[in-house]
Write a protein of this length. Sequence first.
Length: 196
Amino acid sequence: MVDNSRNAVLKVEGTKKLLRHMARLGLNLAMLYNEDTYEVKEYLYFGYLRGRYTEDELKEIDNYAFDLGIEMVPCIQTLAHLTLALQYEYAQDMRDTRDNLLVGEPKTYEFIDTLIETASRPFRSKRIHIGMDEAHDVGLGAYRRKNGFKDQFSIMNEHLKEVVSITQKHGLEPMMWSDMYYRAGSSTGNYYDLQP
């Protein structure tokens, strides 16, 4: 997995160089982790000034990887890690907290549908990584004001069901990080409970 969301987006030529090294090592799957570093035409400020990839660039990368026997899988975010993407006016009605989307809001799922369709379109793979990690304050902002207090485990389940249905609509096989289920199920809110 190549992290293109921490103040640097690997240029196309740099990605190709990395793919060549991967092919020499016998690796056959690569993920580009792009929180908001891919172009979404319906949301002009998504990835604004962040070095985002165009659809043509992602197609070029996928074609190059395919020729090397490497499956390129898009890796995006559909819940948290979206602070920069959610700072603009278009996101006002679908923002729970500064980092999290608002679970249960129809506009949220229209947005996610667009993200999933756009992120997966340049790639041959039918797999997509939907993120959903480190949503530490999910349900604690606009969600709580709208719905009252609800445990994070239930909120995660509600959201995951909707996101998976979107991936299925697009014929995609989703994968995600699992940390939030461990944390939501922990008596201390940590990844590991040392005391049973």
